[in-house]
Design a protein around this ligand. Structure first.
Ligand code: GAL
Ligand code: MG
Length: 973
């Protein structure tokens, strides 16, 4: 049995959240001098301090079946040869230890009820030696565990030290009395399951292990224990106010004579005000007159530059601790940014201005390291976000590594920091249960205590999907008192009690998930409306995101939201098929799982963008242009900066060719305002004319080089016009095209279901629980997925072969009223092998769909044949509104061309897969690309919607029943 706590079993008691753990603090490393502190102010550089040592690296590791089955020797005796070695930070579930990841959404992975635990509870014992240098004699030695999933017990040199919970926040322990100078031994026992698992029931992989950094630190016998910086911005005066509280701690209460000197400076070291030196109060024994060993320094700063995501201006605070002899004994540095976040009426104001929330949700994820993300991983995520105009991120659903917040401060992103608290399966019961009250309070309060210095955090979130109960109001009360400067966010507060008045105590914003477009448009509450989740990016998705933004930008109180979500969470593994690939739920042999619902990101797990990013980048663009009569209206959607950092060009495109272009001279456009300029060209006479305005950044940014396109808008100046239909010559010779066909032209009404049409791998989710899109079920019930299209619709097809060998096809399709949810109406055929290049005049460049094509400009595009971009194969690759499309065999030079005759355009795709190929494949690695080119040309194609979690395709993007008539010419060039 584990020494000391083995019989107490704290992991099984939801009320025991810590034993002997030090209070949470702002991460801050002490350095001997201000100069060193200044140089290493990023948390990441803490190892540069002589008083800090990383314990990251290889640890000895052994897995047990439960904490109860661990013999005392496992934490006392040296580990034997049979132990393995694992990386810290790391999840053992990703390191061949025999215990694997498991994915569930709402359901818990084991039977309840709370707080009962399964007999099998994989528990890892981590061991390693470490040294305590002689130079640390007389100091307080602290061990820092950055994150352990789910709970951990600490032993030093075989003696029990403490116990901690909350897998997404650090725990620190005073180990001074447990260590010796020189060689020491540490054991951390991490249980995968605990009572706390019931409040860490997020829609994610269950992992296990020490997934964040571990280090030891030597704090002075008297030291600065915490540096709290409250930096406020007064936008009326343009001034800032900074209140710094340095808390002094140590082995014993400080005696008289200790002082803290605090200064505020710019990042290049310029002092902004006179330093403030304050005495550390020591007379704690004077009844009722002692307020703590803290030194407060306040600065009023005229003319300060505020922090915002647009200009993330940071400053530095330095605190020096001075002993009674006048010696500086240590120094700390903290970054601050002057910013205000205030709710005024139904608007959330940053520095006095409303700001659009162009947001995404983000989980920690890496395809081989699981939850152990590095600084580089985090930076790569954030820079990619900014490249695509994303300027806000919700830490769904837990506090990230503190360095993530440093990066958001530095790069410029607004953050919702969220407490690690989700009780989705027991949604409405635990939030009122007294046994869980302390964990509720600790998870929110410790987050605030750790993260409060970050300018990027604009709201605190109390957690996710944990009902709404009195435990939440306890959390809210604590947070409001501790930090009155930031509003609160908690989605279920208004979900359970209504958008108008629900849960005001726990949420200052109405922040729903996946509301319908109608409900969104009808919002009339007096709080800001910011969707904490919307536009579910599972597979081929994000339909109608531009329609949401039409509503957002035209309805008072609506301010944007956070797309669900940033990345797919595939894990690189050997799949049941024996192939290597990104695994989703169920592919590790686990019986309880939620399949590919874990893959619902704008990016794949390795940060390859999915095509919908094109639309997101457009929807979130910082500047919009509209044609108003003979003028262009240019609107700046930023809150603080004009558009002078962007260069605008115009381009006139007629019939697919650029006929004129130039620089657009744009006078200053103040934030949140619009100006009008004259059209840069005369209105052309020819049909099918478009004017595009393209904005590029003049200078390089941290995330993109100069000239990167940041916004574009396209206006139709003249509609396309149909040419007269070619007359049949009646010759009837064999056409040139027919020789290149590998499969004949056939009517097609079935598309390989997208995740939004239905979960093809999890049919019960829809059939039994009514979740997800309904289209797939209806196609399957009718047999549309397997039977020829003509079984369901009347089809008349006439072909004329012209003298030049081209073919003109005329189709009339009658869709009966009962088939009101078809995937497509069109034709498909295959071209012989060798066709590998595509050219088209239509929307591009990336894949686009009728309800996701506003960011896809009309023009003449070229590309190779798209690979299938989604983890679970599904419909992909469409280009809407194509006037013509060319299929090129780049080695033979052969070109097959499709000209649309009636109507003026069709939606076309050319891939290596038939709809059936995609439909039957359960994983991207199951696909075998054909050598032939599979072409679909649709006169109508169903929108994409987001029914996998949220509204289905809007009515106007469904395929109407009744008659569909279309004609096109196929020729060989
Ligand atoms: C929300 C939840 C997320 C995720 C999403 C669906 O309900 O907050 O964690 O489950 O739905 O992917
Ligand atoms: Mg959930």
């Amino acid at each position: 049995m584990l020494p000391d706590v083995g019989s107490v079993r704290p992991w099984a008691d939801p009320g025991v959240i810590e034993l002997n753990r030090l209070p949470m603090r702002v991460p801050s490393t002490a350095f001997p001098t201000a100069a060193e502190a200044r140089k290493n102010a990023q948390v990441d550089d803490g190892d540069a301090s002589p008083w800090r040592r990383s314990l990251n690296g290889k640890w000895n590791f052994r897995l047990f079946d439960s904490p109860d089955s661990i013999p005392a020797n496992a934490v006392i005796k040296p580990p034997s040869k049979s132990w393995t070695r694992v990386n810290v930070p790391g999840n053992w579930t990703m390191q061949d230890t025999g215990d694997l990841p498991q994915y569930t959404n709402v359901q818990m992975p084991f039977d309840g009820p709370p707080p009962s635990l399964p007999d099998k509870n994989p528990t890892g014992v981590y061991r390693r030696p470490f040294k305590v240098p002689a130079s640390w004699d007389g100091r307080q030695i602290v061990l820092h565990i950055g994150g352990a999933e789910s709970t951990h017990i600490l032993y030093i040199n075989g003696r029990w030290v403490g116990y901690g919970t909350d897998s997404r926040l650090a725990s620190e322990y005073d180990i001074t009395d447990f260590v010796e100078r020189g060689d020491n031994d540490i054991a951390v026992v991490v249980s995968k399951w605990s009572a706390q698992s019931y409040v860490e029931d997020q829609d994610q992989w269950w992992m296990g292990g020490l997934h964040r950094e571990v280090f030891i630190e030597a704090r002075g016998a008297t030291h600065i224990d915490n540096v709290i910086c409250d930096a406020a911005y007064n936008h009326v005066e343009g001034s800032g106010r900074l209140d710094v509280t340095a808390m002094v701690g140590g082995f014993t209460a400080p005696t008289a004579g200790w002082r803290v000197k605090t200064r505020i400076e710019s990042l290049n070291g310029k002092q902004l005000a006179k330093p403030v030196t304050g005495k550390v109060p020591h007379a704690y024994f004077v009844p009722m007159r002692f307020f703590g060993h803290k030194v407060e320094a306040s600065f009023s700063l005229a003319d300060i530059e505020p922090w915002s995501a647009e200009s993330p201006r940071r400053y530095r605070v330095i605190c020096e601790l001075i002993d009674p002899d006048g010696q500086i004994v240590e120094a700390h540095a903290q970054f601050v940014g002057f910013r205000s976040t205030v709710i005024s009426g139904n608007e959330l104001l940053i520095n006095g201005q409303p700001a659009w929330i162009f947001g995404v949700n983000r989980h920690d994820h890496h395809p081989t390291r699981g939850k152990a993300v590095t600084l580089d991983d985090m930076r790569a995520d954030l820079l990619a976000m900014r490249r695509h105009n994303i300027t806000a991120v919700r830490c769904s659903h837990y506090p990230n590594d503190p360095r993530f917040l440093d990066l958001c401060d530095e790069i410029g992103l607004y953050v919702i920091d969220e407490a690690n608290l989700e009780a989705h399966q027991y949604n409405t019961s635990l939030c009122n249960a007294p046994a869980w009250r302390s964990t509720w309070l600790a998870r929110a309060s410790r987050m605030v205590e750790r993260d409060r210095n970050h300018a990027s955090i604009i709201m605190w979130s109390l957690g996710n999907e944990a009902g709404y109960g009195r435990n939440h109001d306890a959390q809210a009360g604590w947070v409001r008192h501790a930090d009155p400067s930031r509003p609160l966010h908690y989605e279920p507060a208004s979900f359970h009690d209504g958008w108008l008045d629900g849960g005001r105590h726990a949420s200052d914003v109405v922040c729903p998930m996946y509301p319908t477009h109608e409900d969104t448009a009808a919002y009339s509450g007096d709080r800001p409306f910011i969707m904490c989740e919307y536009s579910h990016a599972m597979g081929n998705s994000n339909g109608s995101i531009a329609d949401y933004w039409d509503t957002i930008t035209s309805t008072p109180g609506l301010q944007g939201g956070f797309i669900w979500e940033w990345k797919d969470h595939g894990l690189l593994a050997t799949l049941p098929s024996g192939k290597k690939g990104y695994a989703y739920g169920g592919q590790f042999g686990e019986l309880i799982h939620d399949g590919n619902f874990v893959a619902d990101g704008l990016m794949s797990a390795d940060l390859t963008p999915h095509p919908a990013i094109q639309e997101v980048e457009w929807v979130y663009r910082p500047v919009t242009v509209e044609k108003k009569g003979t003028k262009l209206s240019i609107a700046n959607r930023r809150s603080f900066t004009d558009l002078s950092d962007l260069a605008a060009r115009w381009q006139l495109n007629i019939g697919g060719l650029v006929t004129a272009s130039g620089t657009l001279d744009v006078p200053t456009v103040a934030p949140h305002s619009a100006i009008k300029v004259a059209l840069p060209c005369a209105l052309p006479e020819d049909p099918d004319a478009h004017l595009s305005i393209v904005w590029t950044q003049r200078a390089a940014t941290a995330w993109a080089p100069a000239d990167k396109v940041v916004a574009s808008d396209q206006m139709q100046l003249r509609a396309p016009k149909s040419a007269p239909l070619p007359k049949s010559t009646g010759i009837g010779a064999r056409s040139a095209v027919s020789k290149l066909l590998a499969a004949p032209i056939e009517l097609s009404i079935f598309r390989a279901p997208t995740d939004n049409d239905g979960y093809k791998l999890m049919p019960d989710m829809t059939k039994q629980h009514g979740i997800g899109g309904k289209a797939l079920t209806s196609w399957q019930e009718r047999g549309i997925d397997y039977n020829p299209a003509e079984t369901f619709v009347d089809h008349n097809h006439r072909v004329d072969v012209l003298a030049d060998g081209s073919e003109v096809h005329h189709h009339v399709v009658e869709v009966p009223d009962s088939l009101d949810d078809l995937g497509r109406v069109g034709v498909s055929f295959q071209l012989k092998s060798g066709f590998d290049q595509l050219r088209w005049f239509g929307r591009g460049q990336l894949e686009n769909y009728p309800d996701r094509n506003r960011g896809a400009m009309v023009g003449t595009w070229e590309s190779g044949v798209d690979p299938e971009p989604y983890l679970v194969p599904q419909e992909f690759g469409l280009r809407t509104d194509c006037r013509w499309f060319e299929f090129v065999n780049s080695s033979s030079g052969a070109v097959v061309r499709l000209d649309v005759l009636r109507p003026t355009s069709m939606h076309i795709s050319a891939t290596r897969f038939t709809a059936a190929d995609l439909y039957v494949a359960g994983h991207e690695t199951d696909l075998a690309p054909r050598k032939t080119l599979v072409v679909h040309a649709d006169v109508a194609h169903r929108g994409i919607g987001t029914a996998s979690c949220g509204p289905d395709v809007l009515d106007r993007y469904e395929i109407p029943t009744g008659r569909h008539t279309f004609s096109y010419r196929l020729s060989v060039k």
